[in-house]
Ligand binder design. Sequence first.
Ligand code: ADQ
Length: 470
Amino acid sequence: MSRIVIVSNRTPAKGPAAGGLAVALRKVLDEREGFWFGWSGKLAEEPSREARLEDIEGLKVAQIDLTRADHHAYYAGFSNSILWPSFHLRLDLATIEGHWYEGYRRVNQQFARALLPLLKPDDIIWVHDYHLIPLAAELRALGARNRIGFYLHIPFPTADALYAIPHHEDLMRDLSRYDLVGMQARRDVAAFNEFVDQTAPNVFGSSNKPFDFSRTEIDAFPIGSEPDAFARLAVSPAAIKMVNRMKRALGDQALVLGVDRLDYSKGLPQRVEAYEKLLTNDARFRRNVHLLQVAPPSRDSIKEYQETSDALDAICGRVMGQFAEPDWQPLTYVKRAYGQPSLAGLYRLARVGLVTPLRDGMNLVAHEFIGSQNPEDPGVLVLSRFAGAAEIFSEALLVNPFDTDETAEAIRMALDMPLDERIQRWQALMKAAQRHNVIDWAVSFLDRLAPGTNGASSSTRDILYLASVA
Ligand code: ADQ
């Protein structure tokens, strides 16, 4: 069987894998020969020419160091100040500094040069996310003829947003050097096809197509979590400890919960504003509900992230000032990360899960929330229409997160929803979450990338399932 090589910006950290994605990909590598390639997290005076091979808790990892200047241009610059905001349709928050592209390209070249000597001809390479769009092109320029797949974890932008990105033509051409490009949702594939088929030829000259995707397959592979693992985690001792702690603080109040990375795409100020409207419109909820927002800072060297953090501080302060009493607080805002068992406990305790990003590739918190519910007394998911997850979870209360009146009304409906309707909705959601679990996601991508002899077979799928329930 061919080896699988996973490439992502960062290699997984030591210790228990944080997210479902890392868990699933580690399982793929447990079952198949192969290794994980990426940045070590270290900055050096000189860029590494060769990768360092390491065994991290049974996982084979090949890592390189980057220089501070390259890392800045590639990561905080081109990836997270240009690509991330543009792909999330937040051009107002993008900082368009075209020169960052050189650092982005250089790092992708460095990845390719360090990866190439480690490759065997029949290795299957799976590249992850927007940091590494040029990697296949750079590997092919060095002579690699392997099957190479790319998965975009974030949404694909509209044509206008794509045009705002310096060197977007190069990036589109880079995508055409992959054998398979996977996206989260059908809407992303539609946006991509529209750009390639209609918009691009009109702009770049109608006779010559600027890109040739005839040898690249594009499809939606919606990612998921491990809902059955979350169901077990949610009743584990660590989860119960968190639940008891929270119950003591809550008393009889219903918990409304948000869990997000602190990122402007997650719609956090709008969410708190919707909660404020709920309390303003309906006095019976005061003293009877409590919003817990868990949002650890991320990418906080970038100005726009600090500003989002400030905006959230301000609106939380405003709601506290307006509604808090000496013996009651309407909300708690925690700026730190929790382990998965604690999160699973919180998800299970919540009457309402608020997942209201302004735009999101998928949103795994929605999947984890569903997996963690008590089947006999499940909470209700309020979900943004603009998360990829909305294509899967039609039984959630779908909202337009920009319309805070609508979100406030959905929270009210969720809090007032009778038990039988909650159970009915949750059962449909749980089925959908199970159908879209992360193991199937990884297997189906690899199956498509290297069908038959090379790819993961149905027996690999069985092995992975057994590993995941063990
Ligand atoms: P993210 O933008 O990071 O991921 P998301 O899908 O919600 O968003 O994944 C977040 C992960 O981080 C979840 O597993 C969650 O449990 C964890 N997490 C969030 N807040 C946490 C906290 N306070 N403490 C601990 N853990 C926390 C990107 C894309 C998404 C896409 C994923 C996967 O932006 O759209 O779904 O990749 O493809």
